[in-house]
Design a protein around this ligand. Structure first.
Ligand SMILES: *Cc1c(COP(=O)(O)O)cnc(C)c1O
Length: 396
């Protein structure tokens, strides 16, 4: 069975994981790859954001973030002692509505997390306008889906005080777990490094646990194994490994304050070399989908954006769950990214003014499906063929 996502790993990553490399080497290489002066590694992207907010001196402030995003971003904002201000999605895409964000700045928000969700670059012209209008506004780029996505030729990670990245096995490139913060501001980098040295604990015990995780996820997500794994998933037997949030609580993983391990740095270094080819392949498969799905009624394709990294290829359909079940019977797993609206979660009720509206986010939540991008062109055309037949109700 074809899993909805699969990291691109070769023998060199497994060899690298048997040795280790200094985390500082990975940081230097990652900064170079992103065209930034500094990169600092963390155990998770969210830990990087948490300490970044502190290093920026943000406390008891309102911080703008998308309602349609990964919930861990909001968690980091709350745990840093700030308040999230959730903004609905734009009318014709997946990113946050920047006009609505500007209104929130007008009434006092101090910082803004700009997310190029699914890899579609955030509108940097609008962000430039906001920065001119409010020179003290702090802009942080959430690049978990957009390692070097470009808005009209400008890499999104460079357009703000700092950017953060997530590197778990579901991301564009991986260091097993891990996260990075990049910035061109040397004094901010110094403050963040100091905070990290104070707050994060060593992680020597991580080595074998991380190696085991890498092997387990590569095995489980292999198409020849994934059929079994999918059966276990349906029975709820591996929820413990796949569920990363709880609707009712704001918390972090147990090891969120332990440093990135040298094993992870070693894998991350290999993935930095592989990154250009990973992105080229995803762009190619996205263009295959785009052409082949153009004539399919009832399915809205994502906006085709130049410079997008295609972390996910996300379409909208009226009945996603039905389609997911039908496609699973054909051996294809589809994803549901993102099927929750953060401000609707019980844990966030007290952070949301009664007047807020998240109509566009909720519409996305109920309609999105994402198609696998790790495939060969031939496999992608098989996915397309099955989509055509189910959606036209012509399957034999
Ligand atoms: C994965 C992700 C993050 C954070 O990643 P972790 O490393 O899991 O903390 C942040 N933002 C978005 C949009 C993500 O998908």
């Amino acid at each position: 069975m074809i899993p909805r996502l699969r990291p691109v790993l070769g023998p060199s990553e497994f060899l690298a994981a048997m040795r280790s490399r200094p985390v500082a080497d990975f940081e230097t290489r990652f900064a170079e790859l992103m065209g930034q002066a500094h990169a600092l590694a963390f155990p998770y992207g969210r830990t990087g954001l948490l300490l970044l907010l502190e290093a920026l001196g943000l406390k008891n402030n309102e911080i703008i973030c998308p309602a349609y995003s990964c919930v861990v971003v909001a968690h980091a904002i709350v745990l840093s002692g700030n308040r999230p201000v959730f903004i609905d999605s734009e009318a014709d895409g997946f990113n946050m509505d920047l006009e609505a964000a500007a209104k929130a700045v007008e009434i006092g928000a101090k910082a803004l997390i700009a997310t190029s969700i699914h890899g579609y670059p955030v509108d940097l012209d609008k962000l430039d306008w906001m920065r001119k209008r409010w020179p003290d506004l702090i802009i942080i780029q959430d690049c978990a889906h957009s390692f070097s996505a470009q808005w009209q030729g400008r890499p999104v990670q460079q357009a703000g005080q700092a950017a953060f990245f997530g590197l778990n096995v579901s991301k564009l490139m991986t260091s097993i777990f891990g996260g990075v913060v990049t910035t061109d501001d040397s004094s901010l980098a110094d403050r963040l490094r100091e905070l990290r040295d104070q707050r994060l604990k060593p992680a020597s015990f991580k080595a074998w646990q991380r190696r085991a995780y890498l092997t387990a996820s590569a095995t489980a997500l292999h198409p020849r194994m994934f059929g079994f794994v999918h059966k276990f998933m349906k029975l709820g037997l591996i929820d413990r490994f796949t569920e990363y949030y709880d609707e009712a609580s704001i918390d972090m993983p147990d090891d969120y304050l332990s440093v990135m391990s040298p094993i992870e740095a070693a894998v991350g270094l290999v993935q930095c070399d592989r990154y250009p080819s990973i992105i080229a392949h995803r762009r190619h498969i996205a263009s295959v989908y785009d052409k082949a799905l153009a004539s399919l009624p009832g399915l809205r394709r994502p906006p085709l954006a130049e410079g997008a990294t295609y972390a996910h290829y996300v379409c909208c359909v009226a009945e996603p769950n039905e389609l997911i079940q039908e496609m699973a019977r054909d051996g294809i797993e589809l994803g549901r990214l993102i099927d929750y609206c953060i401000p609707d979660m019980p844990a966030y009720q007290s952070y949301v003014p009664l007047s807020s509206e998240f109509t566009r986010t909720r519409a996305l939540n109920s309609q999105v499906i994402n198609l696998p991008l790790h495939l060969s062109e031939q496999e992608a055309l098989y996915v397309v063929e099955r989509l055509h037949c189910h959606m036209r109700a012509k399957c034999s």
